[in-house]
Design a protein around this ligand. Sequence first.
Ligand code: PBG
Length: 322
Amino acid sequence: MTPIIRPRRLRTIPAMRRMVAETRVHPSQLVWPMFVGEDAGAISSMPGVHRHDLASVVVAAHEAVDAGLGGVMLFGVPDDAHKDEQGTHGWLPEGMGQRAVAAVRDAVGDDLVVMVDTCLDEFTSHGHCGVLDERGRVDNDATLELYARMAVAQAGAGAHVVSPSGMMDGQVAAIREALDADGHADVAILAYAAKYASAFYGPFREAVASTLQGDRRTYQQDPGNRREGSREARLDLVEGADMVMVKPASHYLDVLADVAAISEVPVAAYQVSGEYAMIEAAAERGWINRRAAVEESVTSIVRAGADIVLTYWAKEMAGWLK
Ligand code: PBG
């Protein structure tokens, strides 16, 4: 009789399992998203995550350095009075995003990769990621011009990486051209290449006090479309993206694996607010082992092909990896 082939031999003791692990998560590949407004505050749907003010975001950035994280992703959250049809505070030097970038960069220098969200939704009165035409539709090409201004302002404030997340066609090329023309050839673009119109952004919209009515389905992708994720990534690569991202992460691991298979640049995945909230809520009820679930979810995202993971658990996860 042929002997039983025994894969279980490699699972016998923790040291063996550690040695043969196919996927290892390292703090340097984790990026911590942070919300920064005039005032600090709690976000009820994201227990453990807070909206920072300029003082507390600097403290958190130092913690990120100490934890050995790869970077931070900053979101400016303006006061309501600073929202308008065009999202002007998205690119004014005194806009919340630019102030957050400057404060963090000033504090951490080059010890962290300072990234910032390049999108107008936090700054527009209607909450869309771009400007509207006379019929109320998001105007792609008019929006590109504003993204270009925003990226230049963010680079001027000290961002190492700008991250267009609005899913406008041509956004990477428009931003690259504007950055280069303004002397920011070294500033990299992390493109939200495949971004789906997801229900899992719900808590984020609370975090940034979104004013959005309706949805983003004319620019974010349909959740059922897999091939289209690769198409979007390929276009961003052609336009000069330095890194590409898939978002959300956990429900889109097939898309992530596809993009990782074709990308010649680093691939990021964003474990979004709803992914965070689900695990936190279940853990709070004692229905799930919180630490194990967090570790499993982040490991699975890396296993599927992410070189970089944006996660609200970045600092805590890094602590567990020590
Ligand atoms: C849009 C944007 C979104 C997120 C970050 N930037 C999604 C949206 O509101 O459509 C989601 C992040 C999260 O849910 O954690 N600029």
